[in-house]
Ligand binder design. Structure first.
Ligand code: ADP
Length: 235
């Protein structure tokens, strides 16, 4: 479980996150949605320890994580754009990350086969298609058995078949009681995968609750419409 308390982030005079209070539970997929510039990436990066909060705290499993970088061993992160040393093969990248991470747990069989990655692992990263780079990024996010998985626009470069296999993997991770955070602009994907929705606007949480409760609140059946109404209501 992740608890964010009174989180503030200023970039100079620009207050990007305004007193965010948020609990992200395990065994659920929590989607962070909102328009461009609303603070989603900054929120994720503070949880990852890549951005330092101006105020407030982040707790992982009840422990404040400030300056304690070891908590990051619990996290699997799939960034929006995968960047790894271009001349290394997927196999070599995995070896490199294994040597850096302190986790001894590593299990890639199911991910390699379901994402059809086996032959791709022997090619230099530079020679891979965008979608295959995304799949290797997914492999790195899932295979070290992290308790927390953060997925930033994960299916953006995937073809429909790969995207569907990827979603099956996310659901399996959820069944293993992982804490999963997802950002996506694809509302049908958010509706399919997520249990909780956090709607951010200009650095403030304007809605937090289950997908079902948002649909009922807005009397809609499609999340896309419910979110659009939230946006227009707050403009
Ligand atoms: P989102 O992910 O929702 O599109 P971001 O978290 O990337 O939003 O950005 C929120 C705001 O913070 C934007 O106004 C952006 O320009 C600003 N911002 C993000 N990162 C930095 C940075 N490193 N330095 C200055 N401003 C930043």
């Amino acid at each position: 479980m992740i608890t964010v308390k009174n989180l503030v982030k200023n970039f100079g005079k620009n207050r990007v996150l305004k007193n965010i209070d948020l609990t992200i539970e395990s065994g659920k997929v929590t989607a962070i949605v909102g328009p461009n510039g609303s603070g989603k990436t900054t929120l994720i990066k503070t949880i990852l320890g890549l951005v330092r909060p101006s105020d407030g705290t982040i707790e992982v499993d009840g422990k404040i994580v400030k300056d304690d970088y070891l908590y990051r061993n619990k996290i699997g992160y799939m960034p929006q754009i995968a960047k790894y040393p271009e001349n290394l093969t997927g196999r070599e990248i995995i070896l490199l990350i294994k040597s850096i991470r302190e986790s001894t747990e590593y299990n890639d069989e199911e991910i390699l086969s379901s994402l059809k990655l086996v032959p791709e692992m022997e090619k230099p990263f530079n020679n891979l298609s965008g979608g295959t780079k995304q799949k290797i990024s997914a492999l790195i996010a899932f295979a070290f058995s992290p308790k927390i998985i953060i997925l930033d626009e994960p299916t953006a470069g995937l073809d429909p078949i790969s995207s569907s296999y990827f979603k099956d993997l996310v659901i399996k991770q959820k069944e293993q009681k992982k804490t999963i955070i997802l950002t996506s602009h694809l509302m049908n994907e958010v509706q399919e995968l997520s249990d909780e929705i956090v709607f951010l606007l200009e650095g403030e949480i304007k809605f937090k609750g289950s997908v079902q409760s948002l649909l009922e609140y807005k009397k809609e059946t499609k999340l896309e419409r419910a979110i659009a109404e939230l946006m227009s209501q707050n403009n």
